[in-house]
Design a protein around this ligand. Structure first.
Ligand SMILES: C[S@@+](CC[C@H](N)C(=O)[O-])C[C@H]1O[C@@H](n2cnc3c(N)ncnc32)[C@H](O)[C@@H]1O
Length: 246
């Protein structure tokens, strides 16, 4: 069996870095393949698992290797307060495309049209995971698996299908694009097979996305306010969807 640090070095280039206890906890819960995990204090990490996440305590016990602080610091760009880090295998694009295309769909797909802010993308993936959305698709150049997005997503990339696609490749289903000039969302029930699209932080919805949209919907907002933050717009829209049959 290879030494954990050699395993780390062998896998680091093409794996997903899980930064901190909570990211590792979420990844394990949602079925990620985690070939290597390190901690600066095994006993403290297992105690934390016992306290907060009993369901993953045994898998962590089998997986965690204790390393000196200096070794841990050499493996991560920025040390995390929990002193925990792991590498996970990125799900295949093929598997994600299959999940995104699967019909009938029981929960919407969120589309971020040419997003710019890595933190927003991570927050949206966390939201999508929380609401049980089918997936999060980005268009444009931002990589939704960028380490900063993964950090913002708290390990929840493994709980929903995350991929980058062209507007012409979006999953089937009625496309509702969110825009302050649209119809009031409160008068519309969002179906489970909806594709919910949101524009970029800087310039809103792109022309190709607008052309593909079936409806434009607006979130309630008083006149003098120009727009909401992208991630909060996704939160309100998914919450609105979740009320459909409540
Ligand atoms: C920060 S806003 C974009 C602002 C941008 N300057 C613009 O011209 O639209 C990012 C995205 O959040 C969504 N959004 C923000 N406020 C909204 C509102 N009141 N109604 C519907 N969507 C909204 C839209 O999808 C928008 O493209």
């Amino acid at each position: 069996m290879t030494d954990p640090l050699n395993r780390w070095r062998e896998r680091a280039a093409d794996a997903v870095l899980l930064d901190g206890f909570h990211a590792l906890k979420h990844a394990l819960r949602f079925g990620a393949e985690v070939p290597v995990a390190v901690t600066t204090d095994r006993e403290a990490t297992l105690a934390l698992a016992g306290e907060l996440a009993g369901d993953v305590r045994d898998p962590l016990d089998a997986l965690l290797t204790e390393v000196p602080q200096a070794v841990y610091a050499s493996l991560v760009p920025r040390p995390h307060p929990t002193g925990v880090a792991a590498l996970a295998v990125r799900p295949s694009r093929e598997a994600n495309l299959k999940a995104l295309a699967h019909l009938p769909r029981t929960a919407p797909v969120v589309v971020l049209d040419e997003p710019r802010n890595l933190g927003n993308a991570g927050a949206v993936i966390r939201l999508a995971a929380g609401f049980g959305a089918t997936g999060v698709v980005t268009t444009g150049t931002l990589d939704p698996w960028h380490p900063t997005v993964v950090r913002g997503g708290a390990g929840l990339h493994f709980a929903t299908a995350v991929e980058r696609l062209g507007v012409d490749e979006l999953p089937a289903g009625p496309l509702f694009a969110l825009d302050p000039e649209g119809d009031d969302i409160r008068r519309t029930e969002l179906p489970d097979d909806a594709v919910l699209a949101f524009g970029s932080e800087r310039s809103g919805l792109s022309a190709p996305l607008r052309a593909r949209a079936d409806r434009l919907l607006a979130l309630p907002m008083r006149p003098q306010v120009s727009s909401y933050n992208l991630a909060t717009s996704v939160a309100m829209t998914l919450y609105h969807w979740s009320l459909r049959a409540a």
